[in-house]
Design a binder for this molecule. Structure first.
Ligand code: GTP
Ligand code: MG
Length: 316
């Protein structure tokens, strides 16, 4: 994996600095992305001939690290290192089989005000806790696309848990993503940061808002899904490399979505759904209660948990 990371586009036979720049500008920043590209797309977006595009793709296949097969015992060993991060609510943790799993992506989806962001804040605080308290004893990265990070909320949650708010805030690294492209690039930045400090929780809140507002109409759907797909795989790569928990949020369309029609369907469709290991639907209940519903888990039954959101954060 390291070796692959050190290779640049210029290592592809037939790709010089000028073409490499064109490729990067068109969003083909990784050798793998080029290796699996369609010649026609590459030719169009980079304004090169189709024959040239085919040669570049063939070259990329040669240098790309396609990877091989792993035996079950190797995967078992890696799975043995999986940790669980507490949500702060026992019922919620039980629904997930003990908490959010590392090496996976957990998606929280729901309407506005369904507490997706509140859950993210709580996870950020909890991740800094020692492992015996359900934490990961680690720093946290938040990619904030809606400018909703509130240090005051973190402080309230810390006070309730009896941990130092200032020390905790120092361990939470926030980046505003100004558009979807910036959001994608921030994952690369996060990988760099995680080489120097231990980061075992990354939050993307919201995963889909920029994509939704930038790619409008059916004509943009294929491109949106392609970029979102790559973004999800970058996140999964971060999760694997750092044995990290990835939590992402996703709104449901409040009015029928032009793409999917169904008003309760989360944005991003199959791309997000298939890459996220756990999908949790959040909704409001009576008297300040919130309900989490687990959907599509590989090893847990579907079910619901009731929790509370108060000034103290997420509790039972
Ligand atoms: P969008 O990002 O708009 O889609 O919504 P969201 O799902 O992220 O909702 P968010 O997490 O922002 O939830 C907001 C809700 O959290 C509010 O309506 C309140 O019910 C609750 N909340 C936030 N802060 C507090 C607090 O200090 N005390 C209590 N009791 N509730 C709070
Ligand atoms: Mg929010």
């Amino acid at each position: 994996m390291k070796e692959m990371a050190e290779k640049t586009l210029e290592d592809i036979p037939g790709v010089g600095p000028a073409i490499a720049d064109k490729l990067r500008e068109a969003g083909y920043t990784e050798i793998m992305a080029i290796a699996v590209a369609a010649p026609k797309d590459l030719a169009e977006t980079c304004e090169i001939g189709e024959k040239k595009a085919m040669d570049i793709i063939e070259g990329a296949k040669l240098v790309a690290d396609i990877g091989g097969f792993e035996t079950g015992d190797v995967i078992q060993q890696r799975r043995a290192a999986v940790s669980k991060l507490t949500t702060g609510s026992k019922a919620f943790d039980e629904l997930l089989g003990g908490g959010l799993e590392s090496q996976s992506i957990t998606e929280f989806f729901g309407e506005f005000g369904s507490c997706k962001t509140q859950v993210c804040f709580q996870l950020a605080v909890n991740a800094t806790l020692p492992e015996e308290k359900g934490g990961l004893d680690s720093d946290v990265i938040i990619i904030d696309t809606e400018n909703t990070f509130r240090p005051e909320r973190i402080t309230q949650m810390c006070n309730y848990l009896g941990v130092d708010p200032d020390e905790t805030l120092k361990r939470i690294h926030i980046a505003r993503a100004f558009n979807s492209q910036h959001q994608v690039l921030l994952v690369d930045k996060a990988l760099e940061l995680a080489k120097d400090i231990k980061v075992r929780l990354m939050i993307v809140d919201s995963l889909t808002s920029h994509f939704r507002s930038e790619y409008l109409g059916r004509g943009a759907l294929a491109e949106r899904q392609q970029i979102l797909n790559r973004h999800m795989h970058d996140l999964l790569n971060f999760a694997t490399v750092n044995n990290a928990v990835i939590a992402v949020t996703n709104q449901v369309a409040s009015k029928p979505d032009a793409f999917f029609g169904d008003p309760t369907r989360p944005i991003g469709g199959h791309v997000v759904g298939h890459t996220a290991t756990f999908r949790i639907y959040l909704r409001k209940g009576k008297a300040g209660k919130r309900i989490a519903r687990l959907i599509d888990s590989p090893n847990m039954p579907e079910g619901e948990a009731v929790f509370m959101v108060t000034e103290n954060g997420i509790t039972d």
